[in-house]
Design a protein around this ligand. Structure first.
Ligand SMILES: Nc1ncnc2c1ncn2[C@@H]1O[C@H](COP(=O)(O)OP(=O)(O)OP(=O)(O)O)[C@@H](O)[C@H]1O
Ligand SMILES: [Mg+2]
Length: 499
């Protein structure tokens, strides 16, 4: 066995996260690891990667019980991890080529000089294998989008001797095409005998990629079964402890009045000529691949990027969106796909994070009153969305990834928006909590909120939108509704244009 975990336990204070985890990963085997938000998947990852120590139990690698004191000890045994919040591993100011080589340089200490040309060549070939040949390796990593940064990190992990690769929700930031590249890479590694532990909330991926699936629940292994002998419903039941039959509880609430009207919107070379009408209670989906301009469009509608041409109206009134404050003033809310960089303050409490966008509303003559109201609103949001946190005072960084996402969602829902722009709102959220977020979208649309939804999760985009537009190379290329709003058609328009 490449990796064997034997009765591994780990607690954070009173919180007994892992209570006795036992399972194996064979050479050349892809094992999917699933479980609800907060089930302990990332914690387990850190135990195997040397980034955290188990309280008890054993990690056995190639038959040898090991104590991995730090990540370097794990790397020396060929264990690499792409963390859920993966940019922990990247140096934004160094170039792509430098980032891919940082580890190598550390390992071959003694060799001070690294040929820049060779470094660039090797980085290019590592990226080419991932289908990312056109990334400029001389540019600083920080200047790329989240998807490209992730590919750089994966290229870095796979560019040296690997025995076990751990991927913690690697496709959360990727679109269909990039995910496919990643899957190809994973299969190639498997053929070479590399073992892969693959963490994902997306069942379609688990069944497409994994040989076996292991589900964690309440600190224990709730299911360990070959994928060929397992069904999605079984995995979900093991995760949540009950059967779930309605993943997408979509309600149709579209009314006549137009809330958000966009005409001829453009931003430099990023997108041009965008016309949109979003009605009260309507969810307008926006399909397209990474780089098509849809992320920038949402950012521009929130005043985060300049709108160089065009007009925007909210409820019939023209608005000028120069800064975020302009957007907030006309009750536009925005859920960022990049919660680490701009969504949350990791060192502040959950409560402070959730209240941040609404502070104004709680301002009263007496500070105590304000604090009381803030706390009440926050408690309500946390319980509606079932944000799992030890307490509202806990630091944001101590929450599991999916719970951070729910907190981000709560923060904006509390502002009472008229227009809600959502970019990957359920990224990293488990199946149960996703359904909770969909129900909240239903409530918002029932109240007449106009929603714009960008999602790389095609089943979600198709199921939760009333109507969808598709963007390609900065332009709207299709509008789909009714029977034409399906995964196949969205993909066709996003990739190759009108079929
Ligand atoms: N450094 C920490 N300090 C305190 N508690 C922590 C810490 N790291 C994790 N936890 C807690 O451990 C539990 C498991 O978290 P973990 O991140 O492993 O979950 P996960 O299965 O990866 O969830 P997700 O699907 O949301 O990523 C959570 O309750 C979390 O709040
Ligand atoms: Mg996690």
């Amino acid at each position: 066995m490449r990796l064997r975990l034997q009765d591994v336990t780990k607690s954070f204070g009173e919180n007994r996260v892992l209570r006795g985890i036992t399972f194996e990963v064979g050479p050349g085997e892809v094992v999917a690891l699933a479980g609800e938000n907060g089930a302990g998947k990332s914690t387990l990852t850190r135990v195997v990667s040397g980034a955290g120590q188990p309280d008890s139990g054993q990690v056995v690698i190639d038959g040898e019980p090991v104590t991995l004191k730090n990540p370097q000890a794990a790397m020396a045994r060929g264990i690499e991890v792409i963390y859920q919040e993966f940019r922990q591993n990247l140096f934004p100011h160094l170039t792509v080529a430098e980032n891919i080589h940082v580890l190598d340089r550390e390992r071959r200490f003694g060799r001070v000089l690294v040929s820049r040309r060779r470094m660039a060549r090797e980085a290019r070939s590592a990226l080419a294998e991932l289908g990312m040949a056109d990334i400029d390796v001389s540019r600083p990593v920080g200047t790329f989008g989240i998807a490209e940064q992730q590919m750089v990190e994966i290229a870095k992990a796979t560019s040296h001797d690997l025995r076990l690769l751990i991927l913690d929700e690697p496709t959360a930031a990727l679109d269909e095409r990039e995910s496919e590249q990643l899957f190809r890479q994973v299969r190639r590694l498997r053929e070479q005998g590399v073992s892969v532990l693959y963490i994902s909330h997306r069942l379609d991926e688990i069944f497409e990629l994994a040989d076996r699936v292991v589900v964690l629940r309440d600190g224990l292994v709730a299911l360990d079964s070959p994928t060929v002998r397992t069904g999605p419903a079984q995995v979900v039941a093991a995760m949540v402890g009950k059967t779930v039959d309605d993943f997408y509880p979509k309600e149709r609430n579209t009314r006549d009045e137009i809330v958000l009207r966009v005409r001829g919107a453009g931003s430099g070379a990023t997108f041009q000529g965008v016309d949109l009408d979003v009605r009260a209670g309507e969810v307008l989906g926006v399909g397209g691949v990474v780089g098509c301009g849809r992320n920038s469009l949402l950012r521009a509608l929130f005043g985060l990027e300049p709108l160089t041409t065009g007009t925007v109206e909210v409820d019939g009134a023209p608005v000028s969106l120069r800064r975020i404050q302009d957007a907030i003033a006309c009750r536009i809310a925005y859920i960022t796909p990049d919660r680490q960089a701009e969504g949350l303050c990791p060192d502040m409490s959950v409560e402070a994070n959730i209240s941040l966008a609404t502070l104004r509303r709680h301002t009263g003559p007496v500070d105590l009153v304000r604090r009381g109201r803030e706390r009440a609103a926050c408690d309500e949001a946390m319980s509606t969305l079932r944000v799992r946190a030890p307490s509202p005072e806990a630091a944001m960084a101590s929450l599991s990834g999916g719970n951070q996402q729910k907190a981000l969602f709560a923060k904006w829902v509390l502002t009472g928006p008229r227009v809600l722009l959502m970019d990957e709102p359920t990224r990293g959220v488990d199946v149960g909590a996703k359904t909770e977020i969909y129900r909240i979208i239903n409530q918002l649309t029932a109240d007449g909120v106009a929603v714009v939804l960008v999602s790389s999760d095609l089943p979600e985009l198709v199921a939760m939108s009333d109507r969808a537009v598709v963007m390609r190379q900065g332009r709207l290329v299709a509008e789909l509704a009714g029977d034409r709003l399906n995964e196949q058609t969205v993909l066709e328009h996003a990739l190759v244009g009108a079929a």
